[in-house]
Design a binder for this molecule. Structure first.
Ligand SMILES: [Zn+2]
Length: 552
């Protein structure tokens, strides 16, 4: 008997010994999403995770991926990197993005950095969304999905976003989460160039300070609390030419921020540029998981618990492919409910049209009847703020506007499918010379898509002329007057173009920028309703001849 007891006693002593000496290495897993933008439903693949156009993402499938990670490690920490809401599709936007935050609650999100789009509707509305309540300047949307909005169950973090009056942070700067006995500090920050990407109205009462300085200032406080790892979650990003591998070529504003953070930070979760990469800046891993719930970033931190030190970091962007893992049932039920509720709103009739069909297809000069209408609607919305002309991109017009036989009025769903991006209108000053140069930019791209322009603005081009000089000299006119190179013109464009999208890089050089609160979709709806009420339904069957082509 005793000969049997002895080894057992020895074994239990050995086990006890193990329990007291910390292991050499502990792995902590993180799951992160950035720039989700309310994409509750699957949407076309953008990051090579499927055939172009294949539907990927969808919050129930994001939940499926995270559930899978939790099966491997139940203590996986779930983190957001900002822009969870804002610039969202109708199913979320119709309800002030409350269903998206509800989905984040169900996902078990534990914290998120504040993104610029969280501030789209200003400080008070973000605080309402975060903490709950129905006192909103968007009464048509707030608390309409649920009778009382309960708020986010996770904290928003921002070390560098201050209340301008009190000088105090609007949200906590950091949170320390524990997994497998390890204390992981997450410090949030939002890009300091907020004034370039948020309408001034959204920033009233707020002050933003430098990302790196704000994070660095917290390091001693975090160290004093004995944290094992420090993760900076920064809503700012970059781009890589070689994002598929462990890249070292990251470009863009996040790079300077990381360089200035120094070695006290173990890992940087970046965002905002809607890129997928797992790079290093110096020795610090910096990554981003695309956008719209199409990827989940899975991070494994290896920690030496005796030295409270991260010894290895592995990052992988996991594609969110429907049916790869079982969809999360609670999230699937929420999405089904939102879709059903949204349907009634989407079927709402808006306005009559001046013609049964407005096509997005362009004539040989590159002009479309629908482009004319959209530019006119944007000018009408921005004229009270001094806009003289509107320019829009054909690529942003996603669907025609057409009445079915017997249909009297366009529905909201039809308008939404035409202008789905919720791009805010943006006013920009350009000199006449810059404006002429801007008109040339489409010919540097393939396919060439000349800008659609509002009534009163005309120009001609000639394919026989060299690239960079396609626009016929003297042909650019505003309200009958030839363009004056030295005069300042005030344009309205959508925010995508304003940020240099579709090759319109010259717009980034414009001055006196003003991001309006109204979106392209809202401007279109407002214009169609106004014209209809005045008995002159908008839109005509053919392009108005604002763009002319001189060859052929
Ligand atoms: Zn952003």
């Amino acid at each position: 008997m005793s000969s049997r007891v002895m080894p057992l006693a020895a074994l239990s002593l050995l086990l006890l010994g193990c329990a007291h000496a910390p292991p050499e290495s502990v792995t902590v897993n993180l799951a992160l999403i950035n720039d989700f933008h309310g994409y509750l439903q699957p949407n076309p693949a953008l990051f090579g995770q499927g055939q172009p156009g294949q539907l990927v993402g969808g919050v129930a499938n994001v939940g499926g991926v995270i559930d899978h990670l939790r099966q491997q490690d139940p203590q996986t920490l779930v983190i957001g990197s900002g822009d969870l809401i804002g610039a969202s599709p109708a199913v979320s936007a119709l309800w002030a993005d409350e269903p998206t935050l509800q989905a984040m609650n169900l996902l078990g999100l534990q914290l998120s950095a504040v993104g610029n789009h969280e501030l789209d509707n200003g400080k008070a509305e973000l605080l309402r969304l975060a903490h709950g309540g129905c006192d909103s300047d968007r009464p048509a949307k707030a608390c309409q999905f649920e009778p009382h909005w309960q708020g986010a169950r996770f904290p928003y973090l921002a070390a560098n976003l201050l209340d301008a009056q009190t000088g105090k942070p609007l949200f906590p700067a950091y949170r320390i989460l524990t997994a497998h006995g390890q204390k992981i500090a997450f410090v949030g920050a939002v890009l300091k160039e907020l004034d370039q990407v948020v309408a001034p109205k959204g920033l009233v009462g707020l002050k933003v300070t430098d990302e790196a300085d704000s994070i660095k200032a917290l390091i001693p406080e975090l160290r004093a609390q004995g944290v094992d790892a420090i993760v900076a979650v920064i809503h700012q990003g970059g781009t890589s030419e070689d994002p598929g591998r462990d890249c070292h070529d990251l470009q863009g504003p996040i790079v300077e921020v990381v360089k200035r953070l120094g070695p006290a930070v173990d890992l940087v979760a970046s965002a905002h540029s809607h890129q997928a990469y797992t790079c290093h800046v110096g020795r610090i891993p910096v990554f981003q998981g695309g956008a719209y719930g199409q990827l989940v970033s899975h991070v494994s931190l290896q920690i030496d618990p005796r030295q409270h030190r991260v010894t290895r970091v592995q990052v992988e962007n996991l594609p969110v492919i429907p049916r790869q893992y079982p969809a999360d049932p609670q999230l699937a039920a929420l999405v089904a409910r939102v879709a059903a509720r949204s349907q009634a709103v989407l079927e709402r009739p808006i306005a009559r049209l001046g013609t049964p069909r407005l096509e997005k297809g362009v004539n040989s000069a590159g002009e479309s009847a629908l482009g004319d209408l959209i530019a006119d609607a944007q000018l009408a919305a921005a004229r009270p703020l001094g806009a003289q002309l509107a320019l829009t991109n054909s690529g942003g017009i996603r669907n025609e506007l057409a009445l079915a036989p017997g249909q009297e009025r366009l529905t909201y769903a039809q308008l939404f499918s035409c202008q789905p991006f919720a791009n805010r209108l943006t006013l920009i000053d350009l000199t006449g010379a810059q404006l002429r140069e801007l008109l040339e930019q489409p010919w540097r791209r393939d396919p060439v898509e000349p800008f659609q322009v509002s009534a009163g603005f005309t120009y001609a081009w000639d394919a026989r002329r060299p690239i960079g000089q396609r626009v016929v000299p003297g042909s650019v006119r505003l309200d009958g007057q030839a363009l004056d190179d030295r005069r300042i013109y005030r344009l309205v464009v959508n925010s995508f173009l304003a940020d240099g999208g579709d090759g319109a890089t010259l717009l980034k050089a414009g001055s006196n920028r003003l991001a309006m609160k109204i979106t392209d979709l809202e401007a279109l709806e407002r214009y169609l309703v106004q014209q209809d009420r005045q008995g002159r339904p908008a839109g005509q069957g053919e392009p108005a001849g604002r763009i002319r082509r001189q060859d052929g």
